[in-house]
Design a protein around this ligand. Structure first.
Ligand code: OGA
Ligand code: NI
Length: 343
C-alpha cells in the first residue's frame, strides 16, 4: 500500500527532500510579506443590518477576504473540531493511507498538492490534505472516518453551525449587491456540492524553499475557514502584494470564491491566496466550501448587468468549470479566465 508522505506521529523533524524544493522563481519571499495592513475583521453581533451589509460588501469588493468575530459558533466547538482533525492527522500513517488516492472522483480522500515544474516533474507541497463532503442538515456521517471515534459527532455539530452561518453570510452579501436576501443562495442552487478540506502543514526546516499550498483562487462559491491560533501561514494578494491573514482569536476567515465573483459580475473578488509553512510549529486550517452542483448553470446575475456593466463572464455549468479546473492540474490555475468575455 502507498503510504502518506508525512509521518506526523513521531516528533522528529521532517527533512526537506528534493521533491519538495521549488525552483527559485516559485518560492515565497517571506521578507516581502506584509503583516500589518491586513484584511478587515467584522463583528457580526451588530443589530444594525445596514451597517453590517455595507461593511461586508465593501470587504467583498475590495479584498474578497475578511474575518468575522462574534459569529455565534461556540468557541468550544471550534476547539473540538480542530482537535479532532489534528488527531486524524496524527493517526498511524497506515490508517490515513486507506484514504490516499489521486482519483478526483473520490469524495473522501487524503492527498498532497503538487506543482508541475519544467525539468523537475512534480514538486510536492509541504502539507497533507484530507477532504470529505459535509451537509448542514442531512446525515453525511457515512463519508466520515470512524477513527478518531469522536470525529463523526463533532463534525456533524460543526456542519450544522457552519451551514447556518453561511446562510447568514450569503444573505448579507446578496443585500450588499442590492439583491433579494436569498438571491445568491438560490443561484448557487439546489443540492449544493459542499465539502471540507483539512490542511495539515508540519513544521518545515526551511519555509522559503517550499510552499504549504501554492497560490490559487478557490473555485467554489463561498469559504469559511477556521485556522489554529498562534500560527500564521495564510496569505492573500492585496493590491499586488502578499499580505498575511494573521489568526484572530475566535474568528473565522471568510472568502469569496470564483462562483460568487462570477454571479456578482466581478463586483465581489475571489482573491489569490496561498499558505506557507512554519519553521517551528505545525499548522492546521479547516476551510468549509460551499459550491454549486455539477448541473447548476452559473453566470452573472441579470439584475447586475446593464449598459455600464456588461457581462464579464459567459454562462457555464459547474461541471464545465470543474473540468477546466482539472485540466489545469499542477499549474498555477487560471480557471476563471477561461470563462471571461472580452469587451
Ligand atoms: C484552501 C486554502 C489556506 C490555508 O484550502 O483552499 O486556501 O490557510 N487554505 O490553509
Ligand atoms: Ni484556498
Amino acid at each position: 500500500m502507498e503510504t502518506t508522505r508525512f509521518q506526523f506521529a513521531n516528533n522528529t523533524p521532517l527533512s526537506l527532500s528534493p521533491n519538495f524544493i521549488l525552483p527559485e522563481e516559485n518560492r515565497p519571499i517571506l521578507s516581502e510579506v506584509f503583516s500589518s495592513a491586513s484584511i478587515p475583521t467584522i463583528d457580526l453581533n451588530n443589530h444594525d443590518i445596514d451597517y453590517l451589509v455595507s461593511k461586508i460588501s465593501r470587504a467583498c469588493e475590495k479584498f474578497g477576504f475578511f474575518q468575522i468575530i462574534n459569529h455565534g459558533v461556540p468557541k468550544e466547538l471550534c476547539q473540538r473540531v480542530l482537535a479532532v482533525v489534528t488527531e486524524f492527522f496524527q493517526l498511524p500513517p497506515e490508517e490515513r493511507a486507506q484514504f490516499l488516492t489521486t482519483d478526483h472522483s473520490k469524495r473522501v480522500k487524503v492527498f498532497n498538492y503538487y506543482q508541475k515544474v519544467e525539468g523537475q516533474g512534480r514538486v510536492l507541497m509541504w502539507g497533507e490534505t484530507f477532504t470529505h463532503p459535509w451537509h448542514p442538515t442531512e446525515d453525511f456521517t457515512h463519508f466520515l472516518p470512524k477513527s478518531p471515534p469522536q470525529y463523526r459527532a463533532i463534525f456533524t455539530e460543526y456542519a450544522r453551525e457552519i451551514g447556518a452561518l453561511m446562510d447568514k453570510l450569503l444573505s448579507l452579501m446578496s443585500q450588499g449587491l442590492g439583491l433579494e436576501k436569498d438571491c445568491l443562495k438560490r443561484k448557487i442552487g439546489e443540492r449544493p456540492a459542499i465539502y471540507t478540506q483539512a490542511n495539515y502543514y508540519p513544521p518545515c526546516p526551511d519555509p522559503e524553499l517550499t510552499m504549504g499550498l501554492q497560490a490559487h483562487n478557490d473555485i467554489s462559491a463561498l469559504v469559511v475557514l477556521l485556522q489554529m491560533e498562534g500560527v500564521s501561514g495564510l496569505q492573500v494578494v492585496i493590491d499586488g502584494k502578499w499580505v498575511a491573514v494573521e489568526p484572530v482569536p475566535d474568528a473565522f476567515v471568510v472568502n469569496i470564491a470564483d462562483q460568487i465573483e462570477v454571479l456578482s459580475n466581478g463586483r465581489y473578488k475571489s482573491a489569490l491566496h496561498r499558505a506557507v509553512s512554519n519553521k517551528r510549529l505545525a499548522r492546521l486550517s479547516l476551510p468549509m466550501f460551499y459550491a454549486p452542483n455539477n448541473d447548476t448553470v452559473i453566470g452573472p446575475i441579470e439584475d447586475l448587468i446593464d449598459e455600464a456593466h456588461p457581462p464579464m463572464y459567459r454562462n457555464y455549468s459547474y461541471k464545465e468549470y470543474m473540468d477546466e479546473f482539472y485540466r489545469q492540474e499542477g499549474a498555477r490555475r487560471r480557471v476563471k479566465e477561461a470563462f471571461q468575455l472580452q469587451h
